[in-house]
Design a protein around this ligand. Sequence first.
Ligand SMILES: *Cc1c(COP(=O)(O)O)cnc(C)c1O
Length: 388
Amino acid sequence: MMHQGTHFLQIPGPSPVPADVLAATGRQVIDHRGPEFGELGSKLLRDIKKIFKTQHDVVIFPASGTGAWEAALANLFSPGDRIATFETGHFASLWSRMAIKLGLKPTTLGTNWRAGADPAVIEDALRQDRNHEIRAVCIVHNETSTGSTSRLADIRAAIDAANHPALFVVDTISGLASADLRMDEWGIDVVVSGSQKGLMLPPGLSFNAVGPKALEASKAGGMPRSYWDWSEMIAINKSGYFPYTPATNLLFGLSLVLDKLLDEGLEAVFARHERLAEATRRAVQAWGLENLCNSPIHYSPVLTTVMMPEGHSADAYRRIALEKFNMSLGSGLSKVADKVFRIGHLGNINELTLAGTLAGCEMSLDLAGVPHQRGGVDVAMKYLAETA
Ligand SMILES: *Cc1c(COP(=O)(O)O)cnc(C)c1O
């Protein structure tokens, strides 16, 4: 069916790209060895550090987030190395699966698809690892499949309390520039991220922010690697250039996105996300539906995952939202397929985008015959007006 007006891309990434950013990526390509590129590269390699709240190097790969995961594992570990994960959802489990494919030995310390990673469980496991075989604790910051955000400062404290030398490696592919992240303050050794979620860019860029302890580990070991190797990248980045052709046009977009985020101010960006997330949760509660995340300290500022009442298909519901209202909602992944839908409220979003999104959700509940109470949009609007 042909739709007029704007498609509402309300999945938790890729998220809609602002029109000026999209236009910036449509500029003519330039010589990536020329002087204009050197200036661009130097500027964005400097400014991107502020988004990670780090003084250390941020490596940019022309790849989706999964590529940056592989880069982190390949630079840090050798086959046979043990790493520890906490299964907060589908993405955390994919990370373990990748580790196995690369010959590592991941241990899942705990599983909870309804909350963030539990620091007490991590501390306990690290205390029991007396020979310090666990090389790293790998945590998904914002679990995009469930809508739970792990408390990284508490996990850092757990690692310290166990007095364990494990590296702290964090995937914030869907959290960056939406949920607060303080790489240096929280002692994170490697942060993995991507372009197409909170950063409001098209898919195709990903990041490794690399702390000194991680850099040491990569120099001493890691797997055979070439394309993903940090050392050559970091060396050439010093002058603003890349060892191979970068995704030049996405970098034009990144440069503008960094200006926009730093102009708004990161704390204001986080507050905007928290407020829109709270409005969404109030709507869900007013509908009489349940949030998959059942731990308020772990509620995600990025997305809200709604559980479908028994006997109702989340995918049939999402199909109605798409066909009738031209809105894409996120599907349930693996264990929760067809049982939940996900509302993305990240990136280039404001009150009215959210109100439209929630209106589309509420009308679709009606059309899909999902038992609910009306008035969720009203409750969200009331909250947004009160806090305006
Ligand atoms: C999106 C996402 C990924 C996968 O990233 P791709 O860009 O699709 O490769 C991994 N982890 C999390 C937490 C994500 O949100």
